[in-house]
Design a binder for this molecule. Sequence first.
Ligand SMILES: NC(=O)c1ccc[n+]([C@@H]2O[C@H](COP(=O)([O-])OP(=O)(O)OC[C@H]3O[C@@H](n4cnc5c(N)ncnc54)[C@H](OP(=O)(O)O)[C@@H]3O)[C@@H](O)[C@H]2O)c1
Length: 420
Amino acid sequence: MIKVGIIGVGTVGTSVANILKDNADVISARAGRDIVVKSGVVKNLAKDRGLDITLTDNVDDILNDDEIDVVVELMGGVEEPFDVVKRALKSGKAVVTANKALLAYHRYELQEIAQDLPFEYEASVAGGIPIINALRDGLSANHIESMMGIMNGTCNYMMTKMTNEGVDYDAILKESQDLGYAEADPSFDVGGYDAAHKLLILASIAYGIDAKPEDILIEGIENVTQDDISFAKEFGYAIKLLGIAKKTGSEVELRVHACLIKKDEMIAKIDGVMNGISVVGDKVGETLYYGPGAGGDATASAVVANIIDIARSGKSTPMLGFDRPMEGDTLTLKPVEQIESKYYLRINVSDKAGVLARVTKLFEDNNISIETILQRPADNISANLLISTHVAVEKDVQKMIKDLEAQEFVHAQPVMIRIV
Ligand SMILES: NC(=O)c1ccc[n+]([C@@H]2O[C@H](COP(=O)([O-])OP(=O)(O)OC[C@H]3O[C@@H](n4cnc5c(N)ncnc54)[C@H](OP(=O)(O)O)[C@@H]3O)[C@@H](O)[C@H]2O)c1
């Protein structure tokens, strides 16, 4: 029998306890032994959780319990769970977590501390989708050429509603908060940080790259308006918040931002709160993973799968997928300013003769070639220019945006969305 201690019996922790009980028949048959929750830790002991497990508000009750084999960390946060899981590993316990923020900052230190002890985290990326398993085991024969995905259900829900129902950003944000999809402080989701944490975890497994959130390009969906959506529709695009990893030579670019993506791409068709990730391997070609990225039961399904794996073998594949560094050139992170992409810009300008020519001259001066231009009236003194470009270099585009901001005929900060 394997005994489990759950630190954090909230949305996901409660589902883990319930699944281990409800599906005990299939779980024990698959694991080859029974798996039971011995106890759980919460902050508020007075709250009824409808569970028949022993609860405590002291993590030491689990960390010092020699009968507990697996510690499941589901409390959230970064430094407090880091301390808790380090102590669990040091006392010889296996660890399972769903905590992407913890891993975005501390995965390599945890790998070092864990050594041969199992440390599993399937639920930390895309909730119920077994993407870590796929990348670390199923695709381990491949060099990974690229990964691109919808890794935040809240943003995808908002973009889908804005596209399909013409709802404005502020209205759909409020609706998402009312439905419980977005937090009271939504900046972590809509600012792209949650997706970035997940992308960094995947990048370690795919490329062995040790990067932190501050090392990569992270932008959100806060500036997307109905003007942008109407441009996207007119030119056959959807707008999505995507996490992108792309290997070119010995460099890997990692970025999270809103994207215009052709409507017929598989990723563009993923709507609502669902997540989807496309992974291209040099031998397998493109593979696509789709499913629920959040929710108690969907997330706990991945947590319990990790516990079953630990119960089966006691030793798992290397935590971040590599048993030792690759020989030869190691991959490095591509500097943000060298990223190449097509771009879309929305520029609010004076509605006067000669302005369009001055705008296009600034594009030319910065080596940026225009593909399409639309002009839409904004109010009685200004118009929005909606411009898409051919492939350009990020640093040139950033410089041109600064140049545009300095012009008296530009009324607001230009908005830029990259095209994939
Ligand atoms: N929810 C999802 O859909 C989802 C999806 C993927 C990953 N995750 C990750 O899973 C983790 C848990 O998420 P959740 O949604 O289940 O969170 P949650 O509902 O807020 O639950 C957190 C639990 O931890 C307990 N807790 C927090 N700090 C504590 C402390 N200092 N001492 C003791 N107990 C403490 C809370 O106790 P009280 O109940 O007494 O407050 C609560 O039971 C997070 O890392 C999250 O990022 C969640």
